[in-house]
Ligand binder design. Structure first.
Ligand SMILES: Cc1cc2nc3c(=O)[nH]c(=O)nc-3n(C[C@H](O)[C@H](O)[C@H](O)COP(=O)(O)O)c2cc1C
Length: 341
């Protein structure tokens, strides 16, 4: 129903407006208890064989919602009804910020892709914390970043603020240094600043006593040497794992009209499927499976998800595939995993 009826209507309109409208629709619908249980019945796949123990947490199934969809933690309770095993909120920054000027989100329909240059638009970490206090049992990842106005030399402070504020309300953390839409952010992926940043957060983590898993989210545009550095950094800083990958700045073999493909920002969806799986495989093989990987990037079918799991991912996440395929995709993946058992 999503692909044949809803999507053609939604895709007529501006993507960012539709995102907010869909949020309102889903929230209103889910206020009716009957609708909520119908959604759960249609999309939920409850089976203990889907459970995964990863970095000390129990996931009810391995299919999560990627960061950026529910940036401000406004809809995670309702979204989990559609069958997600976990929801990653954020990227959040210490202070609220508007992000880049609109228009900043583009559909590339012929490529089943999206280009975005949102620029960490979010209401700030405190607003997110207030919403997370209403969590009804959803496993939450907290994806953290820095404000645009914070220079890279002071970035650690921003990550610390978000880490402290979210600590009691998320199950794992994601350090995002891989978004292409905050100027210079990706320079923090270099070995020295990255090691310093992760060590600082791990120190804080230790101070807390009951430490939380910290993951690092990386770009698909890193070369093999940089990926080898990442493996070393994970080992040295003893963080819990990697999320591979964020959006790409590459624009290869696209079918959509040239005007839209030239938009600045990160490309996600189908054109990313292969590269992100390649990164997962490289990290898994070269590290001898030393740490868990969450695989994300261009999962539009159960087959795409299984390929990421086979390449070494322990869990997967969706964003663009969820927009193009709808919630049935979550169910299809979980069913395909069960079928393999
Ligand atoms: C509109 C949009 C906003 C995003 N915002 C964030 C973000 O704030 N933080 C982040 O780590 N990733 C963000 N992402 C990246 C996704 O989490 C994901 O890593 C990427 O899109 C690749 O997966 P996909 O091909 O399934 O979309 C965003 C992606 C899109 C399309």
């Amino acid at each position: 129903m999503y692909k044949s009826i809803l999507r053609p209507i939604l895709f007529q309109y501006d993507p960012e407006r539709i995102h907010h409208l869909t949020f309102k629709m889903v929230r209103s619908l889910c206020k009716i208890p009957l609708t909520r249980s119908i959604i759960k019945n249609i999309y939920g796949v409850n089976d203990p064989r889907l459970e995964r123990e990863v970095f000390g947490l129990t996931f009810k199934n391995p299919v999560g919602l990627a960061a950026g969809f529910d940036k401000d933690a406004k809809l995670y309770n309702e979204l989990s009804d559609f069958g997600f095993g976990f929801i990653e909120i954020g990227t959040v920054t210490p202070k609220p910020q508007d992000g880049n000027p609109k228009k900043r989100l583009f559909r590339l329909k012929a490529d089943q892709a999206i280009i975005n240059r949102m620029g960490f638009n979010n209401e700030g970490v405190e607003a997110t914390v207030e919403r997370l206090k209403k969590n009804k049992g959803v496993l939450i990842g907290g994806n953290i970043g820095k404000n645009k106005v914070t220079p890279n030399e002071q970035a650690v402070e921003d990550y610390k603020i978000c880490f402290d504020a979210l600590f009691d309300y998320v199950d794992y953390f994601v350090v995002n240094v891989s978004s292409p839409n905050t100027p210079n952010l990706r320079a923090l992926q270099d070995k020295e600043p990255l090691t310093a940043l992760l060590n600082t957060l791990q120190e804080k983590n230790k101070e807390k006593g009951n430490s939380k898993p910290i993951l690092l989210k990386i770009a698909p545009d890193l070369n093999n040497d940089q990926l080898l550095d990442i493996i070393t950094i994970v080992k040295e800083t003893k963080i819990a794992g990697i999320i591979a990958t964020n959006t790409t700045i590459e624009r290869k073999n696209l079918k959509s009209n040239e005007e839209v493909t030239k938009e600045m920002g990160g490309l996600s969806g189908k054109p990313l499927t292969h590269r992100s799986t390649e990164v997962i495989r490289f990290l898994s093989e070269k590290s001898n499976k030393a740490f868990p990987i969450i695989g994300v990037g261009g999962i539009h079918s159960a087959k795409d998800a299984l390929e990421k799991l086979d390449a070494g991912a322990s869990l997967v996440q969706l964003y663009t595939g969820f927009i193009y395929e709808g919630p049935q995709l979550i169910k299809d993946i979980n069913k395909a995993i069960l079928k393999r058992k």
